[in-house]
Every structure is written in structure tokens, then in C-alpha cells.
Design a protein around this ligand. Sequence first.
Ligand code: FAD
Length: 477
Amino acid sequence: MHRRASDASPADVVVVGAGVAGLAAAVALARDGASVTLLERRAFAGGRAYSYPHPALGETIDSQHVILGCCTNFIDLIDQADAAWSIRWYDELCFLEPGGSRSCIRPSHLPAPLHQALSFLRAPMLGLRDKAAIAFGMAHFLCGAPHNDRESFAAWLKRTGQTERAIRHFWEPVITGALNDSLDKCSTKYAAKVFHESFLRSPQAGRMGIPAKPMSEFFEPVVKLARRLGVDVQMNTAVDAIERTTQGRWKLRTGAGEMETGAVVLATDFRHTERLLNTFVNATAAPGAHKPFVPRLFDFDRFVAAPITTIHLWFDREVCDLDCAALLDTRIQWVFAKSRIRGWDAARGSYLELVISASWPEIPMSREQILASALAELARFFPEAARATLLKSAVLKEARATFSVTPGLDAFRPPQTIPWPHLYVAGDWTATDWPSTMEGAVRSGRLAAGALAGDRTQFLSPESPATGLMRLLSRNQ
Ligand SMILES: Cc1cc2nc3c(=O)[nH]c(=O)nc-3n(C[C@H](O)[C@H](O)[C@H](O)COP(=O)(O)OP(=O)(O)OC[C@H]3O[C@@H](n4cnc5c(N)ncnc54)[C@H](O)[C@@H]3O)c2cc1C
């Protein structure tokens, strides 16, 4: 057993929610010697990064999640669980145009930030003027992201004179895929972070990692690690209300009864956190008061959930010769050849997932409409898809996939320490300086655990090192 960092912090902790943030908090606290209980309302861990067996199809389905090499806390958590082998890494990012033209951006021997410059200069998806505009724009992000998040990325693109094609074939597909919203609804701060880390900082930071297993299976080793460290993991256990006892401890009400603990980490998404905090705030409101006291810190109305729709296609044969690619001039942002990523035998046919980010238009559409349009679009990039037999298909709509990093949102993302003693919040939506991602979620869980243990940053991993000239330029070392 490790020694606790701070003897003043309670030794018993309940973490609510076994999503990525909750798992990260529970593992960090257990490693630090706390007695941890992890309560999850659903039957599986991973939260929004989940997979489920589709009964009619006989397949396990998930929405493909990707990470970058700069996601150091996420990678470290997976490493601690001895599961790093289940991530496949890619150095090259291919943009495809309808008709088959390919622009593959990959690192060369040149030092950062020029490591991808040669393939970028050769990319047919952009003309010379577009490339010059992009190079000028990228120069703004050499040092990192701006501290202030008030400017929209659409305003920045206009201010820096980006061409229509540079926006359509580069800025927009990268940002809509990474931040899951339109350019006017994403702040320049988070867009800049994406470009700094993916294209400038180092070849290592920009590598793309793809879990090669369905997401709930992918997180199983982390749950096992938590259990090995002594965490009492209880699935199918929803917390309905929280309350402060007269002894200054916390009481949690679940379907199975009540439990008391010294400290609580609410690692739930913003909607469930609001609900749980309201159970406590309403219970403590002065009798007769119309509105409970909710500090300004929690202006939940500022958070906007954004949808992602994925289309899953099983063909009788290989229809795509890449593991993954960004698609241009279509509603589909990404194609993942999951059968290739997961190393299927060719005789088994192929399995593709198409991803539509910021998919508000698809939410009211029927499954048949989405499928028909996706198949027609796919054939514009991979004609073999029209010739192959589609064996089965599924459409998965995640209406609340991520929160949008709207301009000015930072002022409303709360820190993990909130005004009540020994009550903490975690989750991708809390203040992490990261957008809605698994890396943001791990950081939030570790920050909450650190705050509880006496030093908020103690469990964070170091940032991915800048290389080449970026060692001199990058602020974020
Ligand atoms: C379709 C899709 C694609 C995505 N793609 C990517 C990607 O490519 N890369 C990336 O990094 N991120 C991606 N994300 C975002 C990523 O999944 C989230 O940012 C991350 O999983 C958030 O983790 P979290 O722990 O903060 O929250 P959540 O995952 O929401 O976890 C909260 C947990 O709390 C539980 N809970 C809620 N209320 C209670 C209660 N009362 N009692 C007990 N338990 C409760 C929930 O069941 C859940 O398990 C994607 C998300 C989706 C949906």
C-alpha cells in the first residue's frame, strides 16, 4: 500500500461514474492508498466510450474513438493497465476526394514544425494559394493555443484570410472531426490546440492511435487494474441523491440503500452532475426559499451537447485499401476499416465504420435514409463498395456525444474542487484546457484525485515533448 499524499484528506472515497474520468480518478486514488468505491449506473465501464453486443446482428458495436500521441494521460492509464498493445498507431493521415485523389500527410526527416511540410506541399487537395494561406495560419499556432477562448474559429479563419478551399479541404474537416461542431461554434483556442499538437509539435504528438478492440473490451484491463488496486467496483448502481451528514461526511442514496463516505468525486457528465448536485442543493435550501443556492460556477445551460452518428457496414469482401481516412466534400468525416484495424482474416469479409460528426441533420432522419445516403457517398470514394454485397448494417446515433467548445465556455467550466468540502467534480466538461475527449476526461479524473489528495497536479503525466525547433517555440513543455 502506498502512503497517502495528505493525511488530512479522507481515507474513504466514493467515485460516481465509471467513465474514463471516473476510472482515472479511482485508479489514482487507490494507488495513493485511499479506500475507493466506484459506482456505475450501467452494466459496463467506459461511459460514452462504450460498446454493446447488438442482439439482431450478432456483432459488438461501438463508435470508433481515436487518440493522438499527445494524449499522454490517457496513454499512461492504458499503459498502467498493461493494455498499450491494444492501440494501433498511425503516422500518416490520408484525405480522400471523391473520385479517389489522395493527399497523405506524413512525417519526413525534417525537424518539427516542418516534419509534415514535404507531403503537405505535394498534397493535391490544395492549390498553392491555399497552402500559402494554411502555412500563414499555422504560424499563429507555433507557440501553442491562445489563452483566451472568446474568438470563434470561423472569425479567425476570416481574420487570417483563409481561402475557401483551404477551409473546405483542411481547416474544416480537421476541426469538425476533432471538436465535433461547426467552425462558428468552436473557439480558436481549442482549434489551435488541435493543430499545434497534430501538425506542429512533434511527429510523436501528432500520431493517431486507434483502439483495436470494441471500447468496453478495451477498458476491461483498466477495470481489472482498479480491482487489483483494491477499488470496490459496483456496476448497475446508480446514485440517486447525495447529502451531507451532520458529522461532515457524505451520504449517497442508491437503489440498493445508503452508503456513507468521507469524500465524493462526481465523475458524471454535466447533465447528471447537475441532477445530482441539485438533489443536495435542494435538500439544503432554506425552508421557503424559492431557488436553491447554486454558485455561478455551475451554469450548466452554457454546455451544449453535440451529436455523432456512425454507420456500420459489413461487406462480403474488402472494399477499402486503407485502415482509416478523412473524406472530403461529403457529410462523412471519417472512414474506419475496422476489419483491417482489428486484423480480421480476409475470408471474413470486411467491416467499415463511417463517422458523421456534428450530425444534427441526421438526428431526425430515419435509419434507412442515413444508410442509403452513406452508401451512395462511400461509393464515390471506394467504387468497390457499390459492387460488393452488403451483408448487414447498423446506424448508431449518439445525440449527446460530446460538448461543444463554444467561444467563451472556459469561464463556465468548473475546476474539480468545488465549494463544498470533500466533494469534487470530474469529467471531460470540467476545466482541463482540453476539448471533449478521453484525454480531457483522464486529466479531469486525475486533477480531482490530486485535489483530494492534497496536490491537484500530482497525478498528471508530463506533456508530450516538443522536438526540433519546437523545443524553442512551444510554450507547453
Ligand atoms: C460517438 C462518440 C465518439 C467519440 N469520439 C471520440 C474520439 O475519437 N476521441 C476522444 O478522445 N473522445 C471521443 N469521444 C468523447 C469521449 O467519449 C468522452 O469525452 C469521454 O468518454 C468522456 O468521459 P467522462 O468520464 O468524462 O464522461 P462519461 O463517459 O459520460 O462517463 C460518465 C459515467 O457516469 C455514469 N453515471 C452518470 N450518472 C450516474 C449516476 N447517477 N450514478 C452512477 N453512475 C452514473 C455514466 O453511466 C457514465 O458511465 C466520443 C464520444 C462519442 C459518444
